[in-house]
Structure formats: structure tokens, C-alpha cells
Design a protein around this ligand. Structure first.
Ligand code: HAM
Length: 530
């Protein structure tokens, strides 16, 4: 049966603000095009700052490789359910801060459905086969029941017009069923790495599997210094193998080695153990009971957390709550024997590695998957958002996400904060300089300059070759502004003599060199880009 119901929506698309509508009459006042700004909580990272970002990332690649880690690049968005289950649906991150949307692909929008009903049905079939329409109860209902409805509709349609309207309604129904499912921009990457571990059967590889990642994460938090809505993390996860305390200690040693290599200032490591499923629930109940007794003295947030997650009360920064929290029972006194032994061994292992730490019994972290070891690292120059790295052990997470029982531990560094701290302590390059600025005049000199630029760049030097002729005075001024170390001066004389003038901009000295001598001389100097 071929049915040609054309669905032509009378769509009126308003012209975007600021677009000139000249054709509507010359009398209309011209609007200024809207100026766009990066969305609140996001920002552009510009040169020369990007040079520092690259150095920080390159150093991570190098240091992590010396510990035997390989890089993983998970997608930026995943099923919302993954984060709800992994990070915890009651956490702030999942309940308040995720960027979630319905990924409906492009296929079921009403506009493109101009054509035959068969084409439409064919598409629905394809979508179901490819898994785009979930192959679960909702999907089945769609394809089996709605399919029938489509057919009935087709049979019963009295005229093309009424059929078109009913099919349009049907499409709306499909849309209402949220085809494609909920997805979220990743607020963190641990859940994604565990998902990938399961999906790619990594438990069959030699264990533990050691992975690291870097890239943007998204949380709808209140933006402030060191806190953004799109921010960047450099993280690592060690999955599988035993839960030996030496693994916890080596992971921490690695991040401390990395920070030392970057000469990060004011680095302080805090550690804690938050127990496991044997001892933590009992401690949480004890804590809840104690908190109930002092409830009246606590603020609204902490009062709410007595029910939802009493451990998070320990995180509170509210001044008036501090003396109350200090008197609460401490988890270290309530660890089961296995957890206590594990924690003591982690500390010993850190000492063997010369890693200096501070114990902080209130370090509970804001994600649900942690057990036993938790840690956080702070650095100088960051104000109130001074945690530059957070991590811990999460032995049950892979299982929770449908995988085999698997141990796990990892951390994530806030790259934006790491960069801020390095900048505050003067570790940032001031400007992305050039090795050589080529000041040329005349057509012959231009040809030589193009060749010289090519040769110097091939030798690894950063070269600025002006696209148009400039007077030498102006060219030297420009070279200075760009922070060039040398100006190579090429005029007709230099080209015909085969002796090129090289000016050292720092002291103004000048020398004449043949082409091979120039290359030799520069090679003996260090390129700025290295
Ligand atoms: P997290 O503590 O939520 O842990 O984040 C780790 C680090 O990311 C923080 O210490 C901070 O430096 C940075 N960070 C978090 N939110 C922001 C933000 N809005 N703006 C700037 N920086 C931010 C996790 O994400 C866990 N996945 C870490 C982990 C890996 N645990 C085990 N494996």
C-alpha cells in the first residue's frame, strides 16, 4: 500500500534577532547584529595561556606513562542513567548540576516527513533495528502497538487531509515518548571509564587496567574563581586486580610526582578511610542519631542532609557548625577490622614512598561510589576552591554498573585550578615568543625570506614572516612587540651578497652570516618553542 500523505506544517520561522531584513523595505531601521558572549560558566582559553595548558597536559602524558597508564578518550555525553547509578542520584552533581537532554536524533521531527507513509514506517522500522528506538518495553510498545495504530489509521483515513492530521498527532505521540532516551553531558569520567571497562571486556586483559583521561566536564554550579560550568579534568583510574594498599599508595604517589614535576606550590595531601559496606552503614546510623540530637543548631542544608546523606554534613564549611561537627563520632573509631588494617597499610605504603600526608577524618567526598581510601589535594593561590585533585577507592562501582566484581581506585585533577595555581605562583610563560622575525624589503628579498622561513621552521624554530613589505624600522618594532629573539634582515644587498643580517633584539647587536652559518648559529641557541 502506498499512501501519499504530505505533511506540510505551516511553520513560521522568525528571523533571528539582529539579522537585517532589507528586502522588507528600505525604510526599516537597521538593527545592529547581536554580539555574542561565551555562556556563563564557560570561557575561551587563549594564547599564551594555552601554552601552559599544553605543557601541563604533555607532562601528564609523560609522567602517567612512566607508571604504565594508557590513555582513554570516552565520549562527552552518556546515558543519564549511567551517572545516576554511578555517581548517585541523590548527589548534588546528579540531582542539581547535570546538563541533561533528550537525544532524539534528527529522524522523527515533523518537518522532514513530507512524503509517503511507507517511507515513514520504513524509518521507524530502521530506527528500531538500529536500536535508536530502545529495544525495551517502551520500544516494543511503540513498534508493535503504535504500528498497528498507524495501519488502522491508514485504512480508516477518509481523506488525505484527515489522515495527515492524525499522522501528525501520532508523530507528536512518538516524540512525547522521548525516543532516543535521556543523555547527559558528563559531569565526571569515572562512571564512563567503568562503563568502557565493562563494554570492552577489559577484565580479560592483564589486571589491573590502568587508564587516564583528560578533557571537559560539565556541572551547572554557581560560577566563581576556580569553579566553572565547563571545566577540565585530568584523571586516572586503576581497575581490576587486588585491592592491595600499595595500589592506593602508588596512585597517590603518581599524582604527587606529577605535581612536583610541574613545580606546583603549596601542595597538601589529605587522606581518610570511609569504611566499606560492613562498617559504614553502622557509622552512618550513629552519625545520624548524633546529628538528630543537635539538629536545631544546624543550618538548613545540614538539616536536610541528616536524612539524605549524613556524611556530607562533615563537609560543611558553615562557621557556626564547626564546633558541633568537631564533637561528632569519627569514622576512624568505627572501621571494621579489614578496613582499619587496609587504612593502616595505605599510610605505611605512602611513608615507604616518601609521600607526606595529613589525615582528615572529615574528608568524605561528594560522590556516592567511594569506599575505604579517600583523598584530596590542595594547592596555593586558589582561595576557597582550593581542591586541585580528589579521588578514592570505589570497589563496588563496576558491579553496580552491571560488570563483574572489580576493584577500583582513581582521582581527577581540576585542570583549570591547576593552571590557576601555577599562574599565581609565576610558573606561567608570559608570552608565546618567536625565535625569528624576518624583516624583508623588495621582491627578491621576499622570495628569499619565504625560503628562509621554510628552512628555519623545518629546523624547529618559530618564525614570523610578515605577509606584506614593511619599512625596516616598523618591522623591528613589530618584532619587539611579538617578543622575538632575533630579527633576520633581508634586503636587496643581503640577498645579492649572500650575507644575511641577524639582529639580537635583547641587546641590539647585529652580525652578518651566510645562510648555513645562520642556521648553525641559531641551532646553538635554544628555540623558544622547546
Ligand atoms: P570531584 O572531586 O568531583 O571528583 O572533582 C575532582 C576535581 O575536579 C576537583 O577537586 C576540582 O579540582 C575539579 N572540579 C570539580 N568541579 C569543578 C568545577 N565546577 N570547576 C572547576 N573545577 C572543578 C571527581 O570528579 C571524581 N570522578 C574523581 C575520581 C576519579 N575519583 C575516583 N576516580
Amino acid at each position: 500500500m502506498t499512501s501519499n500523505f504530505a505533511i506540510v506544517g505551516a511553520q513560521h520561522v522568525a528571523a533571528p534577532r539582529g539579522i537585517l531584513q532589507v528586502s522588507e523595505g528600505a525604510t526599516k531601521k537597521e538593527e545592529k547584529p547581536r554580539k555574542f558572549q561565551a555562556i556563563r560558566g564557560t570561557r575561551d582559553i587563549l594564547p599564551p595561556e594555552t601554552t601552559l595548558w599544553n605543557r601541563v597536559e604533555q607532562t601528564a602524558h609523560e609522567v602517567f606513562a612512566t607508571f604504565g597508564l594508557g590513555e582513554i578518550r570516552p565520549p562527552i555525553f552518556e546515558a543519564t542513567e549511567l551517572f545516576a547509578r554511578g555517581v548517585g542520584s541523590e548527589t548534588d552533581i546528579v540531582s542539581k548540576e547535570m546538563y541533561t537532554f533528550v537525544d532524539r536524533s534528527e529522524k522523527l521531527e515533523p518537518q522532514p516527513l513530507i512524503g509517503s507513509m511507507d517511507v515513514f514506517l520504513q524509518r521507524v522500522k530502521q530506527l528500531y533495528k538500529s536500536g535508536e528506538i530502545p529495544q525495551d518495553e517502551i520500544g516494543l510498545e511503540l513498534v508493535e502497538k503504535q504500528w498497528k495504530k498507524v495501519n488502522d489509521l491508514l485504512k480508516g483515513a477518509s481523506s488525505i487531509e484527515s489522515g495527515a492530521i492524525e499522522i501528525y498527532e501520532l508523530i507528536m505521540l512518538f516524540e512525547a515518548l522521548r525516543l532516543g532516551g535521556d543523555v547527559s553531558l558528563r559531569p565526571e569520567a569515572t562512571a564512563s571509564v567503568c562503563r568502557a571497562y565493562i563494554e570492552h571486556n577489559m577484565q580479560q586483559l592483564p589486571q589491573p587496567v590502568k587508564l587516564y583521561y583528560m578533557g571537559p566536564m560539565f556541572r551547572r554550579e554557581r560560577p566563581q574563581k576556580g569553579r566553572y560550568r565547563q571545566f577540565y579534568q585530568i584523571g586516572a583510574e586503576v581497575l581490576g586486580g587486588p585491592d592491595a594498599p600499595a595500589i592506593d599508595a602508588e596512585v597517590i604517589e603518581m599524582v604527587m610526582t606529577y605535581f612536583a614535576k610541574l613545580e606546583l606550590q603549596g601542595v597538601e595531601l589529605s587522606i581518610n578511610s570511609i569504611g566499606d559496606k560492613n562498617c559504614r552503614p553502622k557509622y552512618v546510623e550513629l552519625l545520624r542519631a548524633e546529628l538528630q540530637r543537635v539538629k536545631g543548631k544546624l543550618g538548613a542544608d545540614s538539616q536536610r542532609r541528616i536524612e539524605t546523606n549524613p556524611l556530607r554534613v562533615l563537609d560543611s564549611k558553615v562557621e557556626s557548625e564547626q564546633p558541633i561537627i568537631e564533637k561528632l563520632p569519627r569514622i576512624a573509631d568505627h572501621l571494621c577490622e579489614d578496613c582499619a588494617t587496609h587504612y593502616a597499610a595505605v599510610k605505611r605504603q605512602l611513608e615507604l614512598r616518601g609521600v607526606i600526608y595529613r589525615e582528615n577524618w572529615r574528608l568524605v567526598r561528594g560522590l556516592d561510589y567511594y569506599m575505604r581510601t579517600t583523598f584530596e589535594i590542595t594547592a596555593a593561590g586558589l582561595g576557597s576552591q582550593n581542591a586541585v585533585c580528589g579521588g578514592g577507592r570505589y570497589d563496588g562501582l563496576v558491579e553496580l554498573l552491571g560488570g563483574p566484581p572489580t576493584k577500583g581506585i582513581g582521582f581527577a585533577i581540576g585542570e583549570d585550578r591547576l593552571i590557576l595555581s601555577l599562574q599565581e605562583s609565576g610558573k606561567a610563560p608570559a608570552q608565546q615568543g618567536r625565535d625569528v622575525y624576518i624583516a624583508w624589503m623588495g621582491d627578491k628579498a621576499h622570495a628569499t625570506a619565504i625560503r628562509a622561513a621554510k628552512d628555519l621552521r623545518a629546523a624547529g624554530f618559530s618564525v614570523e614572516l610578515p605577509p606584506i613589505e614593511q619599512k625596516f624600522g616598523k618591522a623591528l618594532g613589530q618584532a619587539d612587540k611579538l617578543g622575538a629573539r632575533y630579527a633576520l634582515i633581508l634586503g636587496d644587498n643581503e640577498v645579492s651578497e649572500g650575507l644575511w643580517s641577524l639582529k639580537t633584539l635583547a641587546d641590539g647587536s647585529q652580525q652578518k652570516l651566510t645562510e648555513p652559518d645562520l642556521l648553525q648559529f641559531l641551532r646553538e641557541q635554544k628555540p623558544v618553542s622547546s
